[in-house]
Ligand binder design. Structure first.
Ligand code: MCA
Ligand code: AMP
Length: 513
């Protein structure tokens, strides 16, 4: 039987129990042993709340060590962990809870009253705050630790992560214990990650990057996480003298480079800087290297697949490339429409097969089937080529997706809301180069005849309707949208037309208010 993340964590505890797992600054640190004890208590709480193997445990809480312990607790009960971005609004949460029908929903203490309408006969609502306050830890204090975890095999579901769909409907990617454990093992090996590492953890923990890459690796290796509520470049630079690894999205590196304190001296103890979730610009890669002497290691992954490729730890970390497949994982470049491997050097659809690839989309068998080739390869929706030295280069996307600061935004979802605004005829939402966020979500808008063209009030109309990061930074009014002969909006043409919109301007319409 494949090991699970909880088994890997248990092994780390057996050897490194007294070591610090969460280094928390002003709060007391938490050791591996203490984390194990608390997570076992939380597992008893979940079991007493009725969580059976396969039941979903949905959480929409701010980042805290207890949130990670809740994840470990969920794994012990056989529950399926379902983390949700705290930025999601009521309508977004309604969709996830209705679709996933969790047994337990954990929210921020301050949000309890607004979720009372969501209470159902089969779902308990509990609270957890950033310093361990709330009903969950209160319950945990008065129960015994769960004696032993429920046995899980590699094909049992461990988590569901929602990724938005190109049709606007979010899909829950079901990840198994085998997916998480195999990917973690591959990364530990590829990045030489051990109990001697001290990881600066500044990512959110409701996504693959912060939870299944960063946390799983530290939990399994017996490494310490310097656990930060959010990314603050100045603070992160101060911490580097006493750390070894940073994992971040490209925006982290763009912002670090703005500080004069980023020098060879301030980064001297660091052994590894990892970037992923969005393309790292060649300029940032090169400048970082010149400024610090460290070549950022860029890797490529997806919610559905965990990490797929990585630049080498020992060999050349090539700017603009995402490296080679991790051990046990196969990739191929295929013809976009019909499949079938293309020769190296040709651009096509990136497809992946291996123990990392998710099981299915929750309750969407047709959607699942349509994303796989008959021989088991998953079609990522990214376009790329393998260069002469075997490095994968991502050159574009076959899916209508914007990645802003590492967060995915699906234009269809935003367009649907904008189109329903008064005075709007139609819209096209695109991503254009943004100096801080990589891509800035941008609305190109055709107003109804005679309607006011007011950028600020149009954008204000989205307030509270969708998460803030999905809301366009700018709206540009045009007479008509460019279309091809089939009537399809030419987004590539729009992206090129507005490619300079954010140059020398990293403020937004909202921020200028
Ligand atoms: C915050 N805001 C954003 C974003 N983040 N707007 C657009 N894009 C964003 N990414 C908005 C807020 O709503 C707020 O708006 C204003 O910007 C400032 O918010 P603040 O919280 O201060 O922002 P920040 O702390 O500076 O956050 C920026 C960030 C953060 C550090 C880049 O977005 C971040 O941590 N991103 C990482 C996302 C991530 O982990 N992705 C991995 C997904 P206002 O002031 O107007 O209210 S996993 C994945 O993609 C795959 C599997 C993979 O390969 O890893
Ligand atoms: P998500 O749906 O949040 O899992 O986002 C996955 C998508 O992020 C991938 O399909 C890619 O488009 C993108 N991505 C992740 N890592 C990289 C990278 N290093 N370079 C370019 N795109 C990336």
């Amino acid at each position: 039987m494949t090991e699970t993340i909880f088994e890997m964590f248990s092994k780390a505890c057996a050897v490194h129990g007294s070591k610090v797992l969460f280094e928390l600054g002003d709060r007391g640190d938490i050791s591996f042993d203490a984390a194990m004890e608390q997570s076992r208590r939380l597992a008893t709480v979940l079991r007493d709340l009725g969580v059976q193997p396969g039941d979903r445990v949905a959480v929409q809480i701010d980042k805290s060590p207890e949130a990670v312990l809740l994840y470990l607790a969920c794994l012990q009960t056989g529950g399926v962990f379902l983390p949700l971005n705290p930025a999601y609004t009521g309508a977004e949460i309604d969709y996830f809870l209705n679709d996933a029908t969790p047994r337990v929903f954990v929210c921020q203490p301050k949000a309890l009253h607004q979720h009372s309408v969501r209470q159902t006969g089969t779902m308990s609502t509990e609270t957890l705050g950033t310093r361990g306050e709330g009903s969950l830890m209160t319950r945990a204090a008065s129960v015994q630790p769960l004696p032993r975890p429920v046995t899980r095999t590699e094909n049992d579901p461990a988590a569901i992560l929602y990724t938005s769909g190109t049709t606007g409907r979010s899909k829950g990617a079901v990840l198994t214990h085998g997916n998480l454990a195999s990917n973690c093992e591959a990364l530990l090996d590829a990045w030489r990650f051990t109990h001697r590492d001290r990881l600066i953890h500044a990512l959110p923990i409701f996504h693959t990057h912060g939870l299944f890459v960063a946390c799983n690796m530290a939990l399994s290796a017996g490494a310490t996480m310097i656990f930060l509520p959010r990314f603050d470049p100045d603070h992160v630079i101060s911490l580097m003298k006493d750390a070894t690894v940073l994992m971040g999205v490209p925006t982290f590196y763009t912002r670090l480079l703005q500080s004069p304190r980023l020098t060879p001296a301030s980064t001297a103890s660091m052994r590894l800087f990892v970037s992923g979730s969005a393309p790292l610009s060649t300029r940032d890669h090169t400048t970082f290297s010149e400024r610090t002497g460290h070549a950022i290691l860029e890797r490529y992954g997806m919610t559905e697949t965990g990490m797929i490729t990585s630049n080498p730890y020992d060999g050349e970390r090539r700017p603009g490339a995402v490296g080679m497949p991790l051990p046990g994982i196969e990739i191929r470049i295929s013809a976009r429409d019909r499949g079938g491997r293309l020769p190296d050097g040709e651009i096509g659809a990136i497809e992946v097969r291996g123990p990392n690839v998710f099981q299915c989309y929750w309750h969407m068998p047709e959607k699942t089937a349509s994303e796989f080739r008959s021989d088991g390869f998953f079609v990522t929706g990214d376009l790329g080529l393998v260069d002469a030295d075997g490095y994968l280069r991502i050159v574009g996307r076959d899916k209508d997706l914007v990645i802003s600061g590492g967060y995915n935004v699906y234009p269809k979802e935003v367009e649907t809301l904008l189109d329903a605004q008064p005075g709007v005829e139609e819209t096209a939402v695109i991503g254009v180069p943004h100096p801080d966020l990589g891509e800035g979500v941008t609305a190109i808008v055709v107003a109804k005849p005679g309607a006011a063209r007011d950028e600020r009030s149009l954008l204000a109309g989205l307030s509270g309707r969708i998460a803030r990061y999905k809301q366009p930074k700018r709206a540009v009014f045009v007479e008509e949208l460019p279309r091809n002969v089939m009537g399809k909006v030419q987004k590539a043409e729009l992206r090129s037309r507005y490619s300079n919109l954010y140059q020398h301007d990293d403020t937004t319409a909202g921020e200028k208010a």
